[in-house]
Ligand binder design. Structure first.
Ligand code: UD1
Ligand code: MG
Length: 452
């Protein structure tokens, strides 16, 4: 049997006013990724799976995000916000191509999974024309209620239009629906706006399917998976659900975390085997951690790759573009940015390494700072293999330290240092015999000094 083709229409034209933010709602991050990207990731991806995203006017950033995540996505603009059925019809051209299955999902329900889309599509293979995703709401206020009789879905009643008896129903419309792709357009086009809000309600498709004597069914899922995000409080609740999922997946994959509830992961964090993450670590997007690496407590890591058996922290900050080679180590109060530290490099304490390449097995002493910014432009520091940079050195970029070179402590290095050279940049030290005693006597002149 050949696989069924599908079109997924993601509705993302809402203003999201309750987020109280200038950012479009679906671009708010959850586990380091936009709400929209979570939905797009869950949508069918196999060959023959097309995607359409409906956005509001002036939401180019939403279009850009959709294309970033799924370059194959088509985007459509809903110019007036006249309801969910009206929004679906903004993608009429894509729907008219007639995929086997038409999936509709809201861009603000980021916890939905690929497995649920599959379950929702299944009844279409058995003759149903419409499958609606339902859930039992702890508090159904505001949701559309599913009117079911003898196991058959008859209609969906929006909260505002429901009778008191209908409002007592807790089985609710989650928003996602799967239509028989060839009948969808004729059904959705029949939806009117004769309701209390004067909007074109997609849920009215159920009643229309019934009137046509066709089959509509409910597929149930848990409430956690279909939480809609309308406010910052709901965003924070969804983050908890998502973090719990990501932590469990990491533990199941063999990551050691003694206090997983204190570790924040991103949806795209990648782990090798035998990785350890100590308590209170925050991992943002774009992080890869290879086999046997250990992240000690209180680290903040984004867009970085950590090599095999590398050691990080405690209290390290890895900013975008950091790459640690095998067995490399960055210790406490070390900040890195756009820095490649090859295998065996050690930066153990109190350093800033930015716009830099450090060759294998070099050692940067405590307080080494790459001075990468002159107030106007960023410049690069290159350090060869097996170099030693003494404590409290400033490397004023652009500058190159050769292989095996040695920098004396406290140097301000402004010129390249050749391979195997020793660079010292300090004033000569003077020792004045008895100078301290004379200074003390001059200061106190027989008086008793204050303090301890
Ligand atoms: C909707 C459903 C309700 C369901 C609930 C689940 C309708 C009429 N009601 O209600 O049955 O229980 O979701 O959360 O569908 N959108 C557009 N353009 C529009 C209107 C909406 O793109 O003109 C998008 C929104 O951005 C959002 C989604 O559609 O992503 C749902 O819209 P929303 O206004 O949140 O619908 P609810 O009132 O929550
Ligand atoms: Mg909603």
């Amino acid at each position: 049997m050949t696989a069924r083709s599908s079109l997924t229409v993601v509705l993302a034209a809402g203003e999201g006013t309750r987020m109280r933010s200038s950012r479009p709602k679906v671009l708010h991050p959850l586990a380091g990724q936009s709400l929209l990207s979570h939905v797009l990731d869950a949508a069918p991806k196999e060959a023959g799976a097309a995607l359409a995203v409906v956005v509001g006017p002036d939401h180019q950033a939403v279009v850009d995000e959709a294309k970033r995540v799924r370059p194959d996505a088509a985007t459509f603009i809903q110019r007036e916000r006249l309801g969910t059925a009206h929004a679906v019809l903004a993608a009429r051209d894509a729907i008219a191509r007639g995929a086997d299955d038409l999936l509709v999902v809201f861009g603000d329900t980021p916890l939905i999974t690929a497995g649920t889309f599959e379950r929702l599509r299944a009844p279409l293979k058995n003759g149903a024309v419409l499958a609606v995703l339902g859930f039992r709401a702890a508090d159904p206020t505001g949701y559309g209620r599913l009117l079911v009789e003898g196991g058959r879905l008859l209609a969906i009643r929006e909260h505002a239009d429901a009778t008191p008896a209908e409002r007592a129903i807790t089985l609710c419309n989650a928003g996602a629906m799967a239509f028989d792709g060839r009948k969808a357009l004729s059904v959705i086009e029949k939806i009117g706006n004769a309701n209390s809000k004067g909007e074109y309600y997609l849920p009215d498709a159920v009643g229309i399917v019934r009137e046509l004597g066709l089959e509509a069914v409910v597929i149930e899922t848990g409430e956690d998976e279909v939480r809609g995000i309308n406010s910052k409080a709901q965003l924070a609740e969804a983050e908890q659900v998502m973090q719990a999922r990501l932590r469990k997946a990491a533990l199941d994959a063999g990551v050691t975390m003694i206090a997983p509830e204190t570790v924040y992961l991103a949806a795209d964090t990648k782990f090798g085997s035998d990785v350890t993450i100590e308590p209170f670590v925050v991992i943002g997007p774009g992080v890869t951690i290879a086999d046997g690496a250990v992240i000690h407590s209180f680290c903040h890591i984004v867009h970085s790759s950590i090599g095999k058996k590398a050691l990080v922290g405690p209290f390290a900050r890895m900013r975008p573009g950091t790459s640690l080679g095998e067995g490399a180590k960055i210790g406490n109060f070390v900040e890195t940015k756009a820095a490649v530290l090859e295998a065996g490099v050690k930066v153990n304490h109190l350093s800033y390494v930015g716009d830099a390449h450090v060759g294998a097995n070099s050692n940067l002493g405590a307080g080494t700072v790459t001075c990468n910014y002159d107030g106007f432009f960023k410049h690069k520091t290159t350090i060869g293999e097996g170099a030693f940079v003494g404590t409290h050195s400033s490397l004023v970029a652009p500058v190159r330290i050769g292989n095996g070179a040695y920098i004396g402590s406290g140097s301000v290095i402004t010129r390249d240092v050749p391979d195997d050279a020793m660079a010292l940049e300090r004033s000569p030290q003077t020792n004045r015999e008895g100078g301290a005693r004379r200074f003390r006597e001059m200061k106190t002149k027989g008086r008793k000094p204050k303090g301890d």
